[in-house]
Structure formats: structure tokens, C-alpha cells
Ligand binder design. Sequence first.
Ligand SMILES: [Zn+2]
Length: 548
Amino acid sequence: MGYLSLYRKYRPRRFSELIGQERVAELLRASVASGQVSHAYLFSGPRGCGKTSAARILARAVNCLDPQGGEPCNRCEVCLSMLEGSSLDLVEIDGASNRGIDEVRQMKEQASMVPFACRRKVYIIDEVHMLTEPAFNALLKTLEEPPLHVLFVLATTDPQRVPVTVRSRCQQLPFRRVDSERCAAFLRRICEEEGIPFDEGALRDLAMASEGSLRDALSLLEQVAASGGARAEEVRSFLGISSYRRAFEFLRGLGGPLPRLEDLVEEVRRGGDLKAFLENVYDWCYRALKASLVGHGGDEDVLELLSVLPGDRALGVMEVALEGLRLLRMGLREMVVADFFLAELLRGLSPRAEPEGPIESSPRSSPGAGAFGEAVPYPPSEAAPSVASGAGEDPEGAVPEELLEAARGRSFLLTSLLLQCRARLEGDSLVLIPEGGFRFHLDMLSERLKEIEEMASSVLGVSSVRLEGGGEEDPDPFGPSAEASVSPKEVLAALPLEENGPGGEDEGPLPRKLVDFLRGMGAELLSFSPLEAEEEEEDEFDSEILQR
Ligand SMILES: [Zn+2]
């Protein structure tokens, strides 16, 4: 069973079979039925959503010898010749392959001639935005004075790149991304008809991964079918972290005993698709949020998520995922964004008091830096009440700065874990109490207990470190983490502004949240310049130069 066979077999042959494009399909069908077909159309929309299929249906419908309410019969000789690809009156040009110069020139010459066997000669130009300028000019000439017997269908994934002179001479019809529900239903139908074993979660996973492209969905289905079927396990391992299910398991893990958050970093290191993962996290949280407002409608997955992520928490995770996506778009390396995402997630999930009152800016900060103070989430060391070392038993305070400093040299995540703790000294033991009482926080700390102990004994002189809260925890089940995570230096090296050098004129703007985050991680603010009326999306940006 080859990919092409399934793809061909299930290609829609009537307007009514176009999946997810009901409005456009109905408009075209009605136009054919009433004899009011334009001489030129521009079909725009994401790849694999049915533009070319619709163009071919239209070509048959306007020429069919026995049309049925605007639909082609797919049985008459005209329909059959077009379905077989033998009709001389249906010409398909791929704008992407050789940028169309010869074809369009030839088309210009031939368009004036009457069709061979049909009422209308149909030219389908795929990826029309790829045409060269001479090809566009030739096309424009033909569009300006179109012969009555010619129908043009231009298709593009990027209508903005089609010259406005061409666009204005076409009726533009937008095709939509096929939503995952419909895509999954389509896959289910194929599985049933082809006898491919499947389960619902796996189909949904495939639908999400294909991002609205039925063509991609079919291709994925065929690949997993070759290895036994569309079962949850196969699809999950096939898709890796870009699996929709994987995102669900990750989120569910936030409430469980051993979520292994760092598996994510490991998977990204091995080339996993972080962007798809973050989009899926966003989507699950959106569903949870929606369910918390209007009810879950019997969706058990969402119900399960709601117990871990009640409405406001789901919203918080969505924000962090969005921030991660934006950092990816800014060009930050995936590893850095993954670490940022985990640390932010951890911070966001722990309820932490706002810093009390304004925070003094560092002595080396420029005068403008004061404006930044209110957004700093982590109190700098000098403002934070910290545990006094050497005493017998102290009240709880912030984690000693010496320990944080040692952690900063090792890993974002480790620093973030410690920043989310309170601490106190008991004899010569340091007791760490994770804030928020999250089990996974405790688990992650205990995984690193030996490492923390080593640091604490060298910088604080304590003999042991103990974790407290969240029930009985067996310390040190895994030993120290072998590998340090990404260092703040690496993040700074990856920042776009670095390309222009510090103080360069074209510094890229940094999201405030990242700046906050870096500061909390020990980065120092050297200069600050408020951004001039240059807003990207709806968020505020600040230009900062940070140096560790
Ligand atoms: Zn026909």
C-alpha cells in the first residue's frame, strides 16, 4: 500500500467531498449550477487543505457533459479524461518547479485558441507566488483580456506574494486549515475502509501533528500503518515529543509522583520538535481552561487535566508556552527555550509572594534601570532575608545566597528549583522546603540532592541537606544529575542582540519575561533603554543588555 495509492484513492471528487472547506465548496458548486463561474480564481490557504483538488473538481464541473447541481458526474468522457490526466484542455502548471516562464509563455500563446474537446480550457497554476516576474507579466496580460473560453485557477499558500495586479483580477477564495476533529474523522474513515487497526487517541495525535493538512495526515497514517497500525504507542514513539499525547502526559505528570520533566530537555537534545510540543501543550491547556468555564462535556482526558491544572493554572501554563513559542520565533536555540520553559513552568506553578516593596537597582545599573525594578520576580540577594549560617535553629528564610551562587554556575533548572524553596538551618543540616507543595518539585530536588549537598557543604559548611514537605520522601533515589543544564552564559550567547554586539544600534528586543528570568538567574543589568513605540503583537518589549 503506497502513499500515492491512498492519497489518490481518497482524493475528493466532488465539491461535497472537500473536507473542512464547506463554504468555499458550496460557493463554487452554486456558481457552476447557476452558470456564473468567474474567469479567474485565486485559491489561498495552507498546504494540503484541498486547493488543487477543488481546482480539479471545478475544471470537471464546468465541462461535465452531465453535471448534477453544479457537481461533476465523474463518469462522462470529459470527466474521465480529466480524471485520467489525458485531457488537453486541463493544463496544470507548477509555479514552484521551474518558476513557470516557459509554461506561462506557452499558455499565453495557446489560451486564445479554442478548447479541443471542452467548453472551457482550464489552467491550474499551483504555488503561483513562485512565478518569476516575467511569468507574472505574461500571466497578467492574459488575465487583463481573458478569452471567454478560458478559466484560470491560481493556487497559493502565500497570497501576499502574488502581485496585487494579479490578485485584483481574480476572485479570491480562502481555504482553511482543516481542524483536527475533522481530520481525525477522515483518518478514522480510511482506517475502517482499509482495515488499518487504530485507536482514537492515535488518530487525534496524527491529526494534530499534520497541522491541518490532510495530505500530511495521510502520509503520517501510511507510515504508521506500515509498522502495524495507528495505535497510541506506535504513534507516540513515531512522533516523539511532537506527539499530542506526549503533551498530555507531560501536563498530567505535573500532578503525579515522577513527572521526569527533564526528559523533555533530553528529547529536545535528540532533535525533538519543541515547537510542536509547545503548541500541543497550549492546545491541551486551552481545552482544560475552556472546560473549566463551560464544562468538560464528558471528555475524560480533559477532566484528568483539570485536576492537575484548574482554570487559572492552565492559563498560566498557556502563557509560558506562548512565551516559549515566541522565543523560538526570535531564533533562540531549542535547548535554551526548553530549559526556560521548564524553569518558568516551575516558577509559575509555585505560588510565590510578590516582592515586598521596590527593589534597589544594582550599583552598576544605568539610571534607567529603576524602571525595571517593579517587574523583577526574584528578590536580589541583598534584599532577601536569608538564613544565617552557623546558628543552632533558625526560622525559615530564603535559600542562602552562597548556595544560589554556586547553583547559578551549574544550571538554570537547579537555580530555579532552589529559588522556589524556603530554607532553615537545623544544627549542621540545611533544610529545604519547596514552596507550593508540589510533589514534582520535591522529586526534582531529591534527584539532585547529592549535588546540592556537595555545593552546600563547600559553600555553607553544612554536613547534610534535607528536604521537607509534600509527604515522606525517600531522599536520593537517583543520585546527582550527571549533566549540568544550560548555563545563563549560553542563553546570553544565543540572544539576538548579541549579533550586533553590546550597545549596537539594532539590538533585538527581549521579552520582559526573559529579562526578568535572566536577572533572577543572576544576570546583571548593564544598561537599559526603553523601547521606542515599536510594538510587536500586543506585548511590551524592552531592550536590555545583560551580562552575566
Ligand atoms: Zn461528467
